[in-house]
Design a binder for this molecule. Structure first.
Ligand SMILES: C[S@@+](CC[C@H](N)C(=O)[O-])C[C@H]1O[C@@H](n2cnc3c(N)ncnc32)[C@H](O)[C@@H]1O
Length: 239
C-alpha cells in the first residue's frame, strides 16, 4: 500500500476525526511544508493534496457545477448496463477513484456503496463529500477497504449490482491527460482487473459490469452483452 505524508498547521476538522487512524497508519507527519515532497494539507476544513510537480489537487466530482448531464429521451448506457430502473437501486462502485462514476450513478437515481483501497484517495473523497449537497451525502456510503475483502462480507437484504472501473481516463486516448489523471498516474493506483472480477463474480450480485476502452480486447472474461458508447463500453459479465 502507498505511504504518504501530511502537514497540518491547523486543528483537524470534526469530520476528519473518525479517520485519524488512517492518518496514523498510512501517513507520516511532517512539521514544515517541504517543497521537494508531496503531502496532504488542510485549507480550512478541506483536504488538498500538494504534488511537488503538479501543485494543489482536490477531488471535485461532487461539486454542484460538476453535475453530469443525464440524457433525456434516450436511456443512459450505464443505467441500462447496471439495470438502474428506480430510485434507490443499489450499485456497488468497487473502484471509486475520483468518484465521477459514483456521482453519475447517484444522478441516475442509484444508491451507491463505494469502495476505495487507497488511503489518500479515500480521505480526499471524504473531504469532497463533506462539501457535497445532502442528496449526494444521503445516496452514497464510502468504505476504505479493498473491494475483494469488502465484497466477501457485504450481504445486504436486497439485490445489488457491481460496477468496476480499474482503468484511467487518460487511457481512453485523450491527447493531454487532465491534472487529476496525472496525479492518479503518479500515485500508481491501477487495480488488478482479474482479482476485481473474481471477487465481484463470487458475490451474489445480480450483474457485474466492467468499464473498458471501446477497442480493448485484452480480457479473459465472458461477456453477455457490450453496451457501447463513443469511447468506452460497459461489458456485462457472465458467470
Ligand atoms: C481508474 S480509478 C476509478 C475511476 C472512477 N471510476 C471515477 O469515475 O473516478 C481506479 C480506482 O480504484 C481503486 N482500486 C483499485 N483496485 C481496488 C480494489 N481492489 N479495491 C478498492 N479500490 C480499488 C484505485 O485506488 C483507484 O482509486
Amino acid at each position: 500500500m502507498n505511504r504518504y505524508s501530511y502537514c497540518f498547521t491547523t486543528e483537524i476538522p470534526d469530520w476528519l476525526k473518525p479517520h485519524k487512524k488512517i492518518l496514523s497508519d498510512c501517513f507520516d507527519q511532517i512539521d514544515q511544508p517541504n517543497t521537494d515532497k508531496s503531502y496532504l494539507k488542510l485549507i480550512g476544513d478541506k483536504l488538498i493534496w500538494w504534488d511537488s510537480e503538479l501543485g494543489d489537487f482536490e477531488i471535485d466530482s461532487f461539486k454542484p457545477e460538476k453535475k453530469p448531464k443525464i440524457l433525456k429521451g434516450k436511456s443512459e448506457l450505464l443505467a441500462k448496463a447496471l439495470e438502474i430502473k428506480k430510485s434507490g437501486d443499489l450499485v456497488i462502485d468497487a473502484t471509486v477513484g475520483l468518484g465521477k462514476d459514483s456521482r453519475f450513478l447517484i444522478e441516475l437515481g442509484a444508491k451507491v456503496v463505494g469502495c476505495e483501497k487507497d488511503p489518500l484517495v479515500f480521505l480526499l473523497l471524504q473531504s469532497a463529500l463533506q462539501q457535497a449537497d445532502k442528496k449526494i451525502q444521503n445516496s452514497f456510503e464510502l468504505h476504505f477497504e479493498d473491494c475483494q475483502k469488502f465484497l466477501a462480507h457485504f450481504n445486504p437484504d436486497g439485490p445489488f449490482n457491481i460496477y468496476l472501473d480499474p482503468m484511467f481516463e487518460g487511457e481512453l486516448g485523450s491527447a493531454k491527460p487532465k491534472k487529476s489523471m496525472q496525479v492518479f498516474r503518479k500515485l500508481n493506483l491501477k487495480g488488478d482487473l482479474q482479482i476485481l472480477i473474481d471477487a465481484a463474480l463470487a458475490s451474489r450480485a445480480k450483474r457485474v459490469v466492467v468499464k473498458q476502452p471501446l477497442k480493448s480486447r485484452e480480457h479473459q472474461y465472458k461477456v453477455i452483452h457490450c453496451y457501447q458508447g463513443k469511447s468506452v463500453r460497459y461489458d456485462l459479465l457472465s458467470r
